[in-house]
Design a protein around this ligand. Structure first.
Ligand code: SF4
Length: 255
């Protein structure tokens, strides 16, 4: 009883009103007194790691902001790219669906908005969401294998994403996204990085085995027009996989 009275006096002295705040609840995992509302965050089974002691939500946000700030000011590839680096990444502490593509294309490099191109239109169709939801719902995030446009290959297409980017940033960024439930591995680079030895010899085989990687990851082709032929040769992708994906996204956004 004396503790409540002491709390009352302390809060009154601090000018926090006439009633003491509720007693802190005990964290069932550690037995220590904590404010329960701060411990709603929990690690998903596939989350790479959780900071010791499960940092409060505010601290997670600060850490994510810090990593994003470092990424946005990264110039590690300056001098190797045919332009000034312009990292494009769009995630929040609320991200549940993480879209991991290859690297921004020229148009995204100019606009700074991921998938702001015809590939993005096809991707949104596969997801069953409109532009407003795609860019406005904090539960949808985009973090490609490289955050800067790698430049155009004179032989056609864009250069592959510089591996340095994933080595520098990927683990640090994913550690700050504990709420991710499903990661879309869009294209071969993302599949190889995330699946390692679990990836099949070809993209078609990996995507064909999509059920093997659920519920955490879904390998899929890049929605670029360059893959239109692939999609025609593999109609099961849009017949089977995209309806499943639309239902999963619908459930995720309704929760
Ligand atoms: S591609 Fe990645 S590592 Fe290279 S400059 Fe951009 S953010 Fe930095």
């Amino acid at each position: 009883m004396w503790t409540d009275e002491l709390l009352f006096i302390l809060h009154r002295e601090a000018g926090e009103g006439d009633r003491p705040r509720a007693r802190p609840e005990a964290d069932p995992r550690t037995g220590s007194a904590v404010e329960g509302a701060r411990f709603k965050l929990r690690a998903r089974p596939h989350a790479p790691s959780v900071p010791p002691g499960h940092l409060p939500r505010k601290r997670w946000r600060m850490s994510l902001d810090a990593v994003l700030g470092e990424i946005r000011s990264c110039r590690a590839c300056a001098g190797e790219l045919p332009h000034e680096p312009r990292p494009v990444v769009r995630v929040t502490a609320e991200t549940r669906l993480l879209i991991c593509g290859q690297a921004p294309g020229r148009r995204v490099h100019e606009s700074g908005l991921p998938f702001d191109d015809p590939s993005g239109d096809r991707l949104r169709r596969w997801l069953g969401v409109d532009r407003e939801t795609f860019y406005g719902d904090p539960r949808i995030g985009v973090a490609a294998m490289a955050f800067c446009f790698p430049g155009t290959d004179p032989k056609g297409g864009d250069y592959p994403p510089p591996r340095r980017c994933a080595e520098l940033w990927r683990r640090r960024l994913l550690e700050q996204l504990p709420r991710v439930e499903l990661t879309l591995l869009v294209g071969r680079h993302a599949m190889d990085w995330a699946l390692g030895g679990r990836a099949k010899p070809s993209m078609a085989e990996t995507v064909g085995a999509w059920r093997d990687y659920l519920p955490d990851a879904l390998p899929m082709p890049h929605p670029s027009w360059r893959n239109t032929g692939w999609l025609k040769r593999h109609p099961w992708f849009e017949d089977d996989v995209t309806p499943w994906l639309q239902a999963r996204v619908r459930d995720m956004l309704a929760a």
